[in-house]
Design a protein around this ligand. Structure first.
Ligand code: UD1
Ligand code: CA
Length: 455
């Protein structure tokens, strides 16, 4: 296998984002722009991947720490040709592919096609024809239709500005060609920069054929310079995800109101209502329905489960036929056995809820294990924290917890036991016993209500 070096340009400031965060670290679908590029690059199994950094270089090093990339520092931004040259010392003897850190949606097939054209007498250039080419470098072709030069917007004549075939910036060549051409770039142009685009003319002059290829869709080569482009690309990306989900049979109330920031895997007959956000790895098994405005992160929801509106679910596993919400918050470590039910304004954390058990209203259940068929009344709190340590509450099968009870952990409620409403339980309760800490009711009769004074 021939060596492949991928050079990703990411030294620019991105001032139009008006942000403290370097441009390429802004996220699209929850993932930094440059990470999209790196993930696609990795699919090409390169020998080495180089990221050219400058502005925000430290932040980039940190964000990409531990990944298989080397950094090349471009201290001063003297142009795209100068940027590529910073990685020169590190590349090998095979092919070099140049990508942009702010062009996130480029696809592997497009890049493979481009790389296939490259050999000692051919280089590859990715171009795109745009109805409005403003700002882009234009592709100049000779009478035979061969690409012979790129002229930048700022250097172009009126005739050249009329050309609609544009430079995407993405190109591939052998490292020998690039090593030959880079020292010959000059900065005698409108911007006083070393343009990488000038290698096209150098290639053409020496008889190296410039083979052009186009992406499947213009979105692939769209770069991000400002927040508006960012938002546009985000919607386009989400739209593609939504379409793929619908093709797989997922019913979406509105494909324009879905956000997936990670991987969403769905079974058959899944329904997703408007405004839901899925983060990390989420699995919705057959027949799951998710109500409007729910947020689900790194969780698996078992077959036939119904999540009602405005529920927030994280690191949760549900085993099936569960009902959750509306307005439920399932925090990490929640595990719902079959048919378990979590109602409105209930928060759970590190909680195992047994088969058919119900926590229907206004409760906090944390660091708890509930058996089967348990009923937790409205307003129940597991007091799991003593100010220093967390303790566990265990509620065994068929126990019944009356409303507004405080279960002070560590505590165990035995099988079939009953806790009377309003109790504060500090000691274990035996199987089938009734625990009651409520003060006896008193009554005064007759009772005259106070009347408002008139002065
Ligand atoms: C460049 C191309 C232009 C093409 C356009 C596509 C050149 C001279 N022009 O123009 O033909 O149509 O991209 O979007 O190549 N960068 C560095 N160091 C530098 C300069 C740039 O790392 O010194 C990086 C930027 O961070 C960015 C990319 O290179 O990711 C492109 O730079 P930018 O200044 O946006 O180039 P354009 O003028 O848009
Ligand atoms: Ca640009």
């Amino acid at each position: 296998m021939q060596e492949l070096d991928i050079v990703i340009l990411a030294a620019g400031k991105g001032s139009r984002m008006r942000s403290q965060t370097p441009k390429v670290l802004h996220t699209l679908a929850g993932k930094p722009l440059v990470q999209h590029v790196l993930d696609t690059a990795a699919e090409l199994s390169p020998t080495r991947t180089h990221v050219v950094i400058g502005h925000g270089g430290e932040a980039l090093r940190q964000a990409l720490a531990g990944q298989n990339v080397t950094f090349a520092v471009q201290a001063e931004q003297k142009g795209t040709g100068h940027a590529v040259a910073q990685a020169q010392a590190q590349w090998g003897s095979g092919k070099v592919l140049v990508l942009y850190g702010d062009v996130p949606l480029i696809e592997i097939d497009t890049l493979s096609a481009l790389l296939e054209r490259v050999d000692d007498s051919h280089m590859g250039l990715l171009t795109v024809t745009l109805p409005d080419p403003t700002g882009y470098g234009r592709i100049k072709r000779n009478a035979q239709g061969e690409a012979v030069a790129i002229v930048e917007q700022k250097d172009a004549s009126a005739d050249e500005l009329a050309i609609t075939e544009c430079n995407t910036g993405i190109m591939a060549m052998t490292s020998a060609q690039l090593t030959r051409w880079l020292p010959r770039l000059s900065n005698q142009n409108a911007q006083g920069e070393y343009y990488l685009t000038d290698v096209i003319a150098l290639a053409s002059e020496e008889g190296t054929r410039v083979c052009t290829a186009q992406p499947q869709s213009a979105l692939e080569v769209e770069g991000i310079n400002n927040r508006a482009q960012m938002a546009k690309l985000e919607r386009a990306y989400q739209r593609r995800l939504a379409e793929a989900l619908m093709e797989q049979g997922v019913a979406l109330a509105d494909p324009a109101r879905l956000d997936v920031r990670g991987t969403l895997t769905c079974g058959e007959d899944v329904f997703i209502d408007v405004g839901c956000v899925f983060e990390g790895n989420v699995v919705l098994e057959n027949g799951v329905s998710v109500g409007p405005y729910s947020v689900i992160k790194n969780s698996t929801l078992g077959a036939g489960s119904r999540i009602d509106s405005h529920s927030v679910i994280e690191n949760t596993v549900s085993l099936g036929s569960n009902q959750v919400g509306p307005f439920a918050r399932l925090r990490p470590g929640t595990r719902l056995a079959k048919d378990a039910k979590i109602g409105n304004f209930v928060e759970t954390k590190n909680a195992e809820v047994g088969e058919g058990s119900k926590i229907n209203h206004l409760s906090y259940v944390g660091d708890a294990t509930l058996g089967q068929g348990v009923n937790v009344g409205a307003g129940t709190i597991t007091c799991n924290y003593d100010g220093a340590n967390k303790h566990r509450t265990v509620i065994e099968d068929e126990a019944f917890i009356g409303s507004n009870s405080a279960l002070v952990a560590p505590v165990l409620i035995g099988k079939g036991a009953t806790v009377g409403a309003g109790s504060t339980v500090t000691r274990d309760v035996d199987d089938h016993a009734l625990a009651l800490t409520r003060s006896p009711q008193t009554q005064k009769t007759p009772w005259a209500r106070p009347v408002k004074k008139t002065s």
